[in-house]
Design a protein around this ligand. Structure first.
Ligand code: NAD
Ligand code: DAU
Length: 358
């Protein structure tokens, strides 16, 4: 089976690519990524020479490129992760999110339909990886997002992801495309670009810079270790029902301020600083526009139907994550310098694409 994984050079995508390349040596894994600021082939150094892995640089917003890629590579299945993923960026540049998350997804859906429909859809899967943010925002209290929760996106990012989910379902209902979806909570772990809360905080703590807490730091997120998201994607891809959606979460809710305090203490412990040193860097800043109060996922369906569960506790995951960032300062330095992107595009962009480059 040849699987096209989009966004495989990004944070979650790189963990999914690694899992599939190592766990399924009989599969051919084709990683399609535009290498935006968020995509780094350094994330996949350890598996880049594997015989069942290839990288293709390309942009899903370019329909001619997508069509040529499908015609040439004829993937049996797609796991679609490529996206603009940062809520703050969606507030300042919403159109980029419409282009990649909405139009890019539609280009992939239609390329898959045109490739697979003529000979029948048997054996094919289009799996769309999405977010819990499509469900909107919860109050403090016991409520959880289930697969039946109505969509209520509130940021340009979540609106673009909700839209792409709707298009995926539309291609299923209208054209019979064999699709699967999952909607996951906040991920954390190695290779997370330091614009998101946890890697940003670790990066700033290690360099002695203030850690910005939006508003009063009371907002709640449900955190899942990225490698556990990858195993959930594996479970849905192989055992999930066609046309179905699976919610994925960590059963692990934290208020932002409490989480940052925990991170500060972990950084102090691992760097040998006196306890309390890092907490002095906590700085309250202006709130995010339209900041969703609380996300919390009910993972009962994936746990009971597919037997998936997280493998690490938050304490273990956070300790591993802080250790990874402290041990990989060169990675952090390079992804936060402009030269990094230029270098890796030069390294891997050369003629690697089987289809016409843009
Ligand atoms: P990321 O920003 O780290 O990575 C996105 C990847 O997509 C990058 O490698 C980037 O180069 C690539 N990409 C962007 N635009 C592209 C384009 N036009 N063509 C080809 N490639 C392009 O994102 P992430 O955090 O790894 O998220 C991956 C997916 O999972 C996204 O669809 C996101 O919505 C979803 N998701 C993320 C989280 C989370 O907590 N990070 C939670 C739930 C769902
Ligand atoms: O819930 C899943 C979503 O989680 C994914 O779909 C998104 O791709 C991913 O980016 C993430 O979105 P969030 O907006 O929840 O993540 P972020 O790390 O940006 O912010 C987490 C919380 O921390 C949120 O309440 C905003 C707050 N925050 C964030 C940053 C970057 C701060 O207080 N300070 C900050 O500097």
């Amino acid at each position: 089976m040849k699987i096209l994984i989009t966004g495989g050079a990004g944070f979650i995508g790189s963990h999914v690519v690694r899992l599939f390349v190592t766990k399924y040596p009989d599969y051919q894994i084709l990683n399609l990524d535009a290498l935006t600021y968020a995509g780094n082939l350094e994330n996949l150094r350890d598996i880049e020479a594997a015989p069942n892995y290839r990288f293709v640089k390309g942009d899903i917003t370019d329909p001619a490129f997508v069509d040529a890629l499908f015609a040439e590579e004829k993937p049996d299945a797609v796991i679609h992760l490529a996206a603009e993923s940062h809520v703050d960026r969606s507030i300042t540049d919403p159109l980029a999110f419409v282009r990649t998350n909405v139009l890019g997804t539609v280009h992939l859906l239609d390329a898959a339909r045109r490739l697979w429909q003529p000979a029948g859809y048997d054996g094919h899967t289009f799996y769309h990886v999405s977010t819990d943010e499509v469900y909107g925002s919860l109050d403090f209290g016991p409520d959880l997002f289930t697969e039946a929760t109505p969509y209520d996106p509130r940021s340009p990012y979540s609106a673009s992801k909700a839209s792409s989910d709707h298009f995926v379902r539309a291609w299923h209902h209208t054209y019979g495309l064999p699709v699967k979806l999952s909607n996951c909570s906040n991920n954390y772990g190695p290779n997370h670009f330091p614009e998101k809360l946890i890697p940003l905080a670790i990066h700033r703590l290690r360099t002695g810079q203030p850690v910005p807490v939006y508003g009063r730091g009371e907002n709640v997120r449900d955190w899942l270790f990225v490698k556990d998201h990858a195993t959930a994607i594996d479970a849905v891809f192989h055992r999930g029902r066609l046309g179905d959606t699976y919610n994925i979460g960590g059963v692990n809710e934290w208020q932002n301020l409490k989480l940052i305090e925990l991170l500060c203490d972990e950084v102090d412990e691992q760097t040998g600083q006196p306890a309390g040193t890092s907490r002095q860097l906590i700085t309250f800043v202006q709130d995010r526009a339209g900041h969703d109060l609380r996300y919390a996922i009910d993972s009962a369906k994936i746990m009971s139907e597919l037997g998936w569960k997280p493998s690490v506790t938050f304490e273990q995951g956070l300790r591993q994550t802080v250790a990874w960032y402290l041990e990989n300062q060169a990675w952090l330095d390079s992804v936060t310098s402009g030269a990094y992107q230029t270098y890796y595009q030069g390294q891997y962009g050369r003629g690697a694409s089987p289809a016409p480059a843009r």
